[in-house]
Design a protein around this ligand. Structure first.
Ligand code: AMP
Length: 113
């Protein structure tokens, strides 16, 4: 069964898509945790960070390159931003389609870790 994010990429579920290329798609998080909160997802279903392999690792580069472009487009590249990837339950993952959170627009503070 297709993941929620695959349905967003396919335009079957509405989302505010702000960036897309042949490998990734980026859209606004429905429950933003910062003034800018963007989710960047690969266009193939990789469930978690634990499912990365030499065959799909290039999607990680694509996610980070997209984050750099989006930060620039949002005008936050110089002020700064945070990228986060949650893995499984204890990591806070709720959607099992690999994704990078891009948070920006305010001073985000420290995790303490
Ligand atoms: P995570 O908890 O790391 O798996 O992140 C999943 C993110 O997806 C959360 O920040 C949710 O707010 C976000 N989310 C869930 N459903 C949607 C949706 N329909 N459109 C956009 N973002 C969503």
């Amino acid at each position: 069964m297709a993941t929620l994010f695959t349905k967003i990429i396919a335009r079957e579920i509405p989302a505010k898509i702000i960036y897309e290329n042949d490998q990734v798609c980026a859209f606004l998080d429905i429950h933003p945790q910062a003034p800018h909160h963007v989710l960047i997802v690969p266009k193939i279903e990789i469930a978690t960070l634990n499912d990365l392999t030499p065959d799909n690792i290039h999607y990680i580069s694509a996610l980070f390159l997209a984050a750099k472009h989006i930060a620039h487009d949002l005008g936050v590249a110089d002020a700064g931003y945070r990228v986060v990837m949650n893995c499984n339950k204890d990591g806070g993952q709720t959607v099992y389609h690999l994704h990078l959170h891009l948070l920006a627009g305010q001073e985000l503070g420290s995790f303490g870790v």
